[in-house]
Write a protein that binds this ligand. Structure first.
Ligand code: MF3
Ligand code: CO
Length: 240
């Protein structure tokens, strides 16, 4: 899983480099797929079953009010866009899943706050993933940072267990549920993935069956890491 995570981190670093005005989201997807395959892995998103159709691409590219699961295509990246990229790789049967949000140019202060708050919410969630804690401790840590940063939490989508499948049983909400949830014991691997919005975080899915947007079109950000709980605390797997 560490190797799968390294490959995902490599994809996201490559996307950061290539994310410039004029590039299409399909071109980004092609670069990502090529990188994943040349690393000896497979793109886990491609063909992933959805309620209407299987996911057609190797990454998700979600722009501005798009929260997650934006499908790459002919759309052109422009200055001033808020772009979330989500990537998944399977290496020798093990999964890595990660996401980051980038701004094309220099973000205005409120957008910088959204990006920073979402990133810090992820970091706080990771820090809470120590043995003996429970899933709700992660959820609470994420929620606190979101509130402190005056961002609204997208609730219908949650983090998840991950291992030999991309989505394993455990769910990791980005808000307190009022129950402790599963205990975090060494060996537990999870993807923590706060999704926050600047306005209302109510969401709907577009007719393409995948793209999740904020109903009020407010900007949204998404950061995700795959981590392992160990005796020595959380270890981030989706990093170089
Ligand atoms: N990274 C996403 C998640 O955490 C998965 C993308 S959906 C897919 O659930 F269909 F593209 F795979
Ligand atoms: Co995920």
């Amino acid at each position: 899983m560490r190797q799968a995570g390294r490959i995902v981190a490599g994809v996201l670093a490559l996307m950061e480099e290539e994310l410039k005005p004029g590039v299409t989201t399909a071109a980004l997807d092609a670069l990502a797929e090529d990188y994943i395959r040349k690393s000896g892995a497979r793109p886990s998103f491609k063909g992933y079953p959805g309620s209407y159709s299987n996911y057609p691409a190797s990454i998700c590219v979600s722009i501005d009010e798009e929260v997650v699961h934006g499908i790459p295509g002919s759309r052109v990246i422009e200055e001033g866009q808020l772009v979330s990229v989500d990537a998944g790789a399977i290496w020798k049967g093990y999964h890595g899943d990660g996401a980051r949000t980038f701004y094309v140019g220099t973000p205005p202060p409120d957008v910088a706050r959204l990006i920073q708050t979402t990133r810090l919410a992820l970091m706080a969630g990771i820090a809470a993933a120590v043995p003996g804690s429970h899933v709700n401790d992660i959820s609470g840590a994420v929620e606190d940072v979101a509130i402190e940063g005056r961002c609204d939490i997208v609730r219908p989508y949650v983090g998840h267990g991950i291992g030999t499948k991309m989505h394993e049983d455990l769910q990791v909400p980005n808000y307190r549920t009022g129950r402790p949830g599963a205990e975090l014991v060494p060996g537990v691997c999870i993807a923590i993935e706060p999704m926050l919005a600047l306005g209302s975080a109510d969401v709907e899915t577009l007719p393409d069956g995948w793209t999740v947007v904020t109903t009020d079109h407010s900007l949204a950000a998404h950061f995700e890491h795959t981590i392992a709980v160990t005796e020595n605390g959380p270890v981030v797997l989706t990093t170089a």
